[in-house]
Design a protein around this ligand. Structure first.
Ligand code: AHG
Ligand code: MN
Ligand code: MN
Length: 333
């Protein structure tokens, strides 16, 4: 049972028995993500000091090389997970291929793979706007004791055992699910501890916010254009409000709390949309469904899509149930 003020560490231990498999491995894995999130948070918070501590490609006064934050976040998550020997493989939006993790003493004994978007909303880094990290966890399907294979990563979203995100916003929060609802933890930066601040998060069934990059409007399919016009019409609780941050994590987070829909449709420029099925859409879809929301590619449930490749893109409609259903209705017409 979620108790406010509980720390994330306490929560993980207390809820371990709720997992289908209780070897403690998944708990250790989430603990590693918690740690990496704190390290990345520290760096994200310093991003504005670039003129003072050195820009990308330079060496700073302490002799450290300054990296782009997305590269940094990628390295930290991969390093943290590999050093703890806690997963058998990692796939990242920032890497062309998946990474096989093996330690000499324990030959491919780990059962989980992690897929990450280490820094989501990267266009916002230089302008002090919220960014995030998204993660998705599966049990491997190939036998333990052998190197991880592509098929361990190309599983349907419905097979996820856990997923979540970190939002580096006005506060830093870690929000995740293991298939028993969604809980949000806020970092107290003074002591470096995440506290349960948002137990059992739920999307309101209806909302009044729509989030889409309307700069692409003329390239959208007619159904999407019609739905956007519907959002703007004067009728009942409409017009809705438009809010688009450009970080999926932040837009999703706001919509989950206030009620809303996020859309990244296909367009005549990007036939499959822009977002990545494995690193962005599946984890967000799992969270959405666990929080009474909905996620679709416009026609079918995101979590039912059979992935074909690691970096596959897919149109994405996600948020309050009634809003996503309404958008689907317009796209069917
Ligand atoms: P990333 O920074 O990981 O590449 O992801 C950015 C994604 C998503 O977070 C955001 O909503 C969307 O791309 C913004 O795209 P547009 O600038 O095309 O609207
Ligand atoms: Mn992203
Ligand atoms: Mn990214």
């Amino acid at each position: 049972m979620a108790k406010k003020n509980q720390t994330l560490g306490e929560f993980i231990i207390e809820n371990q028995s709720a997992f289908k498999y209780t070897s403690g491995e998944l708990s250790r894995l989430i603990n590693s993500i918690r740690l990496a999130a704190k390290v990345v948070n520290h760096e994200v918070n310093k991003a504005g000091l670039v003129d003072i501590i050195g820009a990308v490609g330079e060496t700073n006064i302490q002799g450290e090389d300054q990296q782009k934050l997305d590269v940094y976040a990628n390295d930290i998550f991969i390093e943290t997970l590999t050093n703890r020997n806690i997963v058998c493989g990692i796939a990242s939006e920032e890497e062309d291929d998946f990474i096989t993790v093996n330690s000499q003493d324990e030959n491919h004994q780990n059962k989980y793979v992690v897929l990450i978007d280490p820094l989501d909303g990267s266009s916002n880094i230089d302008v002090n706007v919220s960014v995030g990290t998204i993660f998705s966890i599966y049990r491997r399907v190939t036998p333990v004791g052998t190197p991880v294979q592509m098929e361990d990563f190309l599983q349907k979203g419905s097979q996820q055992v856990a997923a979540g995100y970190v939002v580096y916003g006005t506060s830093t929060m870690l929000v995740y699910t293991t298939g028993h609802g969604v809980n949000g933890f806020t970092l107290n930066p003074a002591i470096g501890t995440f506290y349960l601040s948002h137990p059992e998060m739920q999307f309101p069934e209806d909302g009044k916010i729509y989030s889409v990059n309307e700069g692409n409007y003329i390239h959208f399919p007619q159904g999407v254009k019609n739905y956007i016009k519907y959002c703007q019409e004067e009728d009942g609780d409409r017009p809705y409000t438009s809010r688009y941050i450009g970080s999926l994590v932040s837009d999703f987070h706001r919509n989950m709390i206030k009620g809303g829909i996020y859309m990244y449709p296909k367009s005549s420029k990007n036939f499959d949309g822009k977002l990545r099925l494995l690193y962005e859409c599946n984890p967000m879809a799992f969270l959405a469904e666990q929080a009474n929301g909905k996620a679709s590619d416009g026609v079918q449930r995101i979590l039912d899509i059979e992935p074909k490749e690691l970096h596959q893109r897919v149109p994405f409609f996600c948020g309050s149930k009634n809003m996503v259903e309404k958008a689907e209705e317009f796209m069917r017409k």
